[in-house]
Design a protein around this ligand. Structure first.
Ligand code: GLP
Length: 244
């Protein structure tokens, strides 16, 4: 696993955008995964700027969801695919036929998860997956205890994830209890896997991820098993690692 420490959140966003742009210049039809949350917002702005200024061509890029709440309507304000659509996919002009998302309202989670795995296989696998770091070490919604070889599936959100997700929706009662997520095994199969972390509130869990034992108790440690695993983090997030 490669660790890239940058100075600030802006540097993190720019460097991650450079990695995405390098990927799509090498393979314009890349299948990409992006997370939601606060961390990638700057990255999204950089990519949208690159699109508008002609620095990057997203016209053939394909996208598959990392995760999605389950048991909510398609037009629910909490739909993560709507969030990504608004902040990234529509501004980049990615057409619907190149966007593969979970059906949040699916009543057959097993079939829905299998459908997404098949979409990925039919696309030739994920080229680039960018993920965030949950406060409990989750990746996507792979909560502590998730096996490193687990595949796409429906999960129950951990208490800590429900609590941290209130930042997006208001109160704990507003946070759905179940979600779809690409599995850790599914993400491990990606050709490149990048984790972004920013801020001092991520310092503790990031240091466990980088320096602690590789264990399903900290799902993000799966990156250490990936031959092209990259952590890109700002100085505040790295402050417990004393790296460099
Ligand atoms: C959320 C999402 C993740 C996200 C992570 C970190 O619960 N399921 O995909 O990457 O937590 O979010 P943030 O960037 O807001 O800290």
């Amino acid at each position: 696993m490669r660790i890239i420490q940058v100075h600030s959140y802006d540097d993190l966003s720019r460097d991650a955008a450079d990695m995405v742009m390098l990927q799509i210049s090498r393979k314009p039809w890349s299948l990409c995964v992006f997370p939601t949350g606060q961390t990638p917002r700057g990255l999204f702005c950089e990519l949208v700027h690159a699109h508008h200024t002609g620095l990057a061509d997203f016209s053939r890029v394909r996208f598959v969801s990392l995760d999605e709440y389950a048991g909510i309507a398609h037009d629910d304000r909490r739909c993560l695919s709507l969030w990504l659509g608004r902040e990234l996919l529509q501004p980049l002009g990615i057409s619907e036929d190149r966007i593969y998302t979970f059906d949040a309202a699916s009543t057959d989670p097993g079939a829905e998860s299998a459908r997404i795995e098949k979409v990925i296989a039919d696309c030739g696998g994920i080229d680039l997956a960018i993920v965030g770091l949950g406060p409990n070490g989750h990746v996507g919604f792979n909560e502590p205890g998730s096996a490193f070889d687990c595949r796409t599936r429906l999960v129950a959100l951990a208490r800590e994830s429900i609590r941290s997700n209130t930042a997006y929706w208001g109160s704990e009662a507003d946070v759905p209890r179940f979600a779809f997520t690409l599995g850790l095994g599914t993400l491990l199969d990606s050709r490149t896997l990048i984790l972004m972390a920013s801020g001092s509130h991520k310092a503790g869990i990031l240091s466990r991820m980088i320096k602690g034992p590789v264990t399903p108790a900290v799902p993000a440690t799966v990156l250490r098993l990936h031959p092209e695993g990259i952590v890109i983090a700002d100085r505040e997030a790295m402050s417990f690692c004393h790296y460099r």
